[in-house]
Design a protein around this ligand. Structure first.
Ligand SMILES: *Cc1c(COP(=O)(O)O)cnc(C)c1O
Length: 398
């Protein structure tokens, strides 16, 4: 048998291309701002996770530049050896205060957080119970653990209660039980019933872990996230996980909770221990992002004002916008090919929004996923609604 490594690379991608499951990369020629240059064309950004426009906020940019002047461009090491700078420590203190938690810990990314921490929280003899639509980084973190896995139907609390009851009668008894859920689900924009998850967790002595990547900067008091949104006590949700790469506008993952959680996490998470820490500019920009959220509440307010206006307008036009309760608004169009055509037409009309198709969503539920942005002006929102109306009529969707 002859092996040709390059051939299998090409063949496997060709299969994806044939099934229309490959990614075609769009390239931004400048910052992720409301009007940006994508593949050389000026368009309205309608699909970035930069909810509050912070990725191009002057205070964040200044903080990053200043940190390069004072601390250089690299941290020089992993956090536990020589890669913890005063900026990393300050960020964790500021974030914990913002979240109203005893302590926070910052990882390189949200993915590194889930894939590094989950396999330490549970192992052999433990059970992890996960929502069916949880993010891939949770799925991978769970796979890396040696725990038994159960999946409950998306946001279905009866199903979760049933699995917890079954777990009580399991012999031998599980050592630990971990319930884990996204806070906001990124394909539909619906919110996990964290109040009920937390109540079930308390009833059954299970640990509750919420991944609030799409809830931070969006939900709760001043964008403090889903735990604040449901007014839950810290004792009810043991791990509040999030990311600096979405509403915070930079990059990085984090957890907030008790002092013991922080000590446990940094002594055991392999991603945290074995991969280089953030450059000082990243830590400084993240501190500035927390600062902006604390002192400029208008960004979160504008985000919600635009969101309400856009959702109402889309429904009035006759679009199906699903179950969303957040600034993620899916515009459901049906078949995958329709979603692709709609996205292409919107791009021609000057709006950049991506199609989400099978297998990410059901075959007949393909959609354009829009994400609102606080940095848009009222006129920009009007422009986007106009483009959706035009494209929707041309494709006979409305
Ligand atoms: C984006 C996302 C992540 C990954 O976060 P990064 O910081 O980009 O690695 C994890 N979980 C959820 C739910 C996400 O949406």
């Amino acid at each position: 048998m002859t092996r040709d490594p390059d051939r299998f690379l090409g063949e496997e991608v060709d299969q994806l291309v044939a099934a229309e499951l490959d990614w075609k990369l769009r390239v931004l020629g400048g910052p992720s701002s409301p009007w940006c240059t994508v593949d050389g064309k000026k368009v309205l950004m309608f699909c970035s996770n930069n909810y509050l426009g912070l990725s191009n906020h002057p205070k964040l940019k200044e903080a990053a530049i200043e940190a390069i002047r004072t601390h250089g461009v690299g941290s020089g090491s992993v956090r536990p050896i020589a890669g913890t700078m005063d900026l990393h420590v300050e960020l964790e203190e500021r974030l914990a205060r913002f979240k109203g938690a005893e302590a926070s810990l910052v990882y390189q990314s949200g993915f590194a957080t889930n894939s590094g921490l989950i396999p330490q929280l549970v192992g052999e003899g433990d059970l992890v119970i996960s929502d069916a639509l949880n993010h891939g980084s949770i799925v991978d973190g769970v796979r890396l653990s040696r725990a038994e896995r159960s999946v409950y139907k998306h946001c279905d609390m009866d199903d979760l209660a049933r699995l917890l009851d079954e777990a009580e009668h399991h012999a031998p008894n599980y050592r630990r039980i971990l319930i884990i859920s996204d806070g906001v689900f990124s394909m539909d924009g619906d919110i996990a019933p964290l109040d009920r998850i937390a109540a079930l967790g308390a009833e059954h002595g299970a640990m509750v872990y919420v991944d609030d990547a799409h809830g931070e900067g969006v939900l709760g008091d001043g964008g403090r996230g889903i735990v604040s949104h449901f007014h839950l006590g810290r004792d009810r949700v043991q791990v509040e996980m999030g990311t600096f790469s979405k509403a915070f506008g930079v990059v990085g993952g984090h957890i907030s909770g008790s002092k013991n959680l922080r000590r446990f996490a940094f002594n055991k998470s392999r991603t945290w221990l074995l991969s280089g820490s953030h450059p000082p500019a990243v830590a400084a920009a993240c501190i500035a992002a927390v600062d902006v959220l604390e002192h400029e509440p208008e960004h979160v307010e504008r985000l919600w004002r635009h969101t309400r206006r856009f959702k109402t307008a889309m429904r009035d036009l006759g679009f199906d916008t699903g179950q969303s309760e957040t600034p993620i608004t899916p515009v459901i169009v049906g078949e995958s090919s329709k979603a692709r055509r709609m996205s292409e037409r919107l791009f021609e009309l000057g709006v950049f929004a991506l199609p989400i198709v099978f297998p990410m969503v059901a075959k007949d539920r393909a959609r354009i996923r829009t994400i609102m942005n606080a940095a848009l002006s009222e006129e920009d929102v009007t422009f986007a609604i106009g483009a959706f109306e035009k494209a929707g009529r041309e494709l006979a969707l409305i």
